[in-house]
Design a protein around this ligand. Sequence first.
Ligand SMILES: Cc1ncc(COP(=O)(O)O)c(C=O)c1O
Length: 380
Amino acid sequence: MKNKRITFNKPFFFENEFKKNLSILKQKSHFSSLGYFTEKCKNWLSLNLNCKNVFLVHSCTAALEMTALLLNIKKGDEIIMPSYAFVSSANAFVLRGGKPVFVDTGSNNCNIDPNKVEAAITKRTKAILVVHYSGFSCDLDKILKIAKKHNLFVIEDAAQSILSTYKNKKLGSIGDIATISFHETKNIHCGQGGALLVNNERFVKRANILLEKGTNRYLHRNNLIKKYTWIDLGSSFALNEISAAYLYTQLVKAKEITNQRKRIYNYYNKKFEILEKKGFLLRPQIPRHSKTNYHIYYILILKKKRDDLISYLKSKKISALFHYIPLHKSKYGKQNGIAKFSMKNTDWISNRLLRLPLHHRIKKKDINRICNEILLFCKR
Ligand SMILES: Cc1ncc(COP(=O)(O)O)c(C=O)c1O
């Protein structure tokens, strides 16, 4: 019998629930933004992530761009961030003339190394941006301490880490500002969407203005002024109501989704124990201070070339993916960022990390097949 293709991702689609929400939407007859479902999603996020000020936007990239505007990033301002990150984390600041200053990850750890952050601070530094890679929290206490000492803002790029925690606090609720992604590759999605979480009250008023194209329309919506007008920079950052209606079907099932991912993650982890003992690979280590949302199951390939394994798995109809070309090595990152420190760990990880299929359609027999193929490849 022929083996079936194993896809890397299969986003959830709750058809009946979405249909129900669409009929509510039809009744409300408000499809643009900031309507009934936006309110429902905001309330859910606020309650479950412990953040008072939630802004629903069309992508995490948009939330990062709003962050750069809120921080008033100007030409030459520096933002410390990991090089092992998604392009939007840097691009948002470069768009405003800012300079990403790349810092290495810890060893065998995909998050920024807090012990290397202080050396990167200069007179121009405005903020430290951390990425909680794969749902694992950074060591935030160390980052917060450095930020306080040098009077810097802390941004959490929590694109991948909805419902993960750091010392029992929800990720996204700790930094001055945080961003979340609801792209279809994420645990909870609406095709494409995001959220901006504003924990530092000084940014709340302006976030309302940026969200609505630089106008004071939020006051008008709350019947506080008769006419709204253009008062600042801004853009059409808000999420539309159709996407919010879709997102809400997922948010209400978020804990169920996380538990399902946990079972798959744990099964992979058990299966790879032997291969780790044999020295073929390393399994992910959930930091002791963190509870994960099981966003990614990755392995670090030790004795063979990771890219050869990707090709081998592809020939066996299994889709497995690398992450990332580090930003300091990309053409645009070299032109627009600062990489004056050693990136030894980042380079090591980015050459070895392999992400494996993790979604609700994956069965134990698929995981057995994936692990067997990896074993066969490692023994070749
Ligand atoms: C760490 C990180 N930041 C930002 C983003 C951008 O998210 P979005 O696609 O919602 O704009 C992603 C997307 O994968 C990401 O992984």
